[in-house]
Design a protein around this ligand. Structure first.
Ligand code: FAD
Ligand code: UDP
Length: 399
């Protein structure tokens, strides 16, 4: 692998079998697979000055390993994804735990058996828990919107409490809307858990952190003689999508193009901007060993940030006397001015706009879209890797 900043003088796209736009999971997985399976020479073009996309991590001035674009915790039930990524890293034993700060009481999220006892007291909490077990069974996940639909006074009591104290205000801060106004799939990511497991991803068979961090994982994935990475290059300066062809550096390009950026940007937002939420990530280094008991504390009824993450609690890194925390402030994303489009806003109207952009690249047979931006989907890392593995299967088969 070579990594350079900018394109070299006389850069010739024709000397590459494939051009991959974006060095995040979607792009890096495709680049690696095409080189290995087809012997393709691949140019990876990335507009940031680093690889790893939103999973990028680095050591800050205090020497603490932090995640620049928000806390990333690996978890998956997909064996193929796990096997593929495990070629490039080993994993720590870390299981992510989250507490909600509800008027000063810290209770597990997803809301579980212990949270019920903390919220309602031991006796009443236990009664309500037994009712949940009788209704849904043990070790079951129940989305809050489903719980709210149950017509039973005890279950309503639980649903009202959890809705008000865990979901309503947090969701207002995160999305500017109530839980009923957003795609139900979003809040069902964090269901009530009828059981004692207090991990954020109960039942995910594989969870942990890459032992040497995410950026190192990406260095290993991109480390192949046939892969060249060009950082600080915005592909829009060299690539144009026409009706049935792609032009790179002013000439038709016949190799495969794998695009992992936002589709609206590729067309200068000419049908309108795809809506997103962005997040202001505010880091602070403190002169102490530990700030909070777990990786993340969600502020579900107070504050104007959503959560505080303490990285050392997730990575297990030992840095005596210093710790770095991150507060996340979510807000509307302003298109076209260089902000980071973090969260897709999934609703029928936005998906229709996305489809209109997607239709414009459908006829270009060597142009492929994959990833959270290019597919306009709220993907976790494993979902993106799965999608990139599938796309690369298709391309490999066609060669
Ligand atoms: P990205 O990582 O965004 O990569 C796309 C790359 O393309 C970027 O580097 C971008 O700079 C580049 N690019 C775009 N346009 C151009 C262009 N015109 N020219 C050149 N390059 C371009 N997932 C989990 O599994 N666990 C978590 O705990 C988790 N936490 C998250 C927390 C936050 C705050 C957010 C927002 C997401 C989180 N995710 C998590 C999701 C995870 O970040 C994504 O699933 C994953 O990083 C997406 O990979 P990608 O390759 O599709 O996109
Ligand atoms: N959520 C909430 N309170 C919480 C945790 C989550 O209201 O304590 C809702 C909120 O709408 C959030 C969604 O559930 O956007 C998904 O949460 P998750 O932690 O999966 O979000 P991410 O880590 O992707 O930001």
């Amino acid at each position: 692998m070579s990594i350079s900043h900018g394109l070299p003088e006389g850069f010739s796209p024709q000397s590459y079998d494939a051009i991959v736009v974006g060095a995040g999971y979607a792009g890096a997985v495709c680049a690696r697979r095409l080189t290995e399976a087809c012997g393709s020479k691949v140019a990876v073009v990335e507009r940031r000055s680093h690889i790893a996309g939103n999973a990028y991590d680095y050591e800050d001035e205090a020497g603490v390993l932090v995640h620049k674009y928000g806390p990333h915790i690996y978890h998956t039930a997909d064996e193929r994804v796990h096997e593929f990524l495990s070629r490039f890293t080993s994993w720590t034993e870390y299981s992510h735990k989250v507490l909600a700060n509800v008027h000063g009481t810290l209770m597990p999220v997803p809301f579980n058996h212990r949270s019920l006892r903390l919220a309602f007291g031991d006796e009443r909490g236990e009664e309500l828990y037994q009712k949940l077990v009788a209704t849904f069974g043990e070790n079951k996940k129940v989305p809050i919107l489903e719980l709210r639909r149950k017509n039973d006074p005890d279950l309503e009591e639980v649903a009202d409490y959890v809705y008000e104290n865990v979901f309503l205000h947090y969701t207002m801060k995160q999305w500017g809307k109530t839980p009923d106004q957003i795609d139900a799939a979003v809040t069902s990511r964090v269901p009530v858990f009828v059981g004692d497991d207090d991990r954020y991803f109960p039942q995910a068979p594989h969870q942990g952190m890459p032992a040497e961090g995410y950026t190192t994982l990406f260095e290993h994935m991109l480390d192949h003689d046939l892969i060249n990475v060009f950082l600080d290059v915005d592909v829009r300066d060299i690539l144009k999508v026409k009706e049935s062809t792609v032009e790179v550096c002013g000439k038709p390009y016949g190799g495969e193009v794998i695009y992992t950026g936002a589709l609206d940007e590729l067309f200068d937002l000419d049908l309108g901007a795809l809506p997103y939420r962005t997040v202001d990530m505010v880091f602070e280094t403190l002169d102490m060993d530990q700030f909070q008991p777990v990786g993340t504390v969600n502020y579900t009824v107070s504050e104007n940030f959503t959560r505080i993450t303490e990285f050392k609690n997730m990575t297990g890194q030992v840095v005596p006397g210093k710790t770095t925390i991150l507060r996340e402030y979510s807000r509307e994303y302003l298109p076209g001015v260089g902000e980071t489009p973090y969260y897709v806003i999934g609703n029928a109207k936005n998906r229709e706009l996305y489809q209109a952009y997607r239709d414009r690249v459908r006829g270009v047979l060597n142009f492929h879209v994959v990833g959270r931006l290019a597919e306009y989907r709220y993907y976790d890392m494993d979902g993106v890797v799965a999608s990139a593995l599938e796309l690369s299967d298709e391309i490999i088969q066609s060669h």
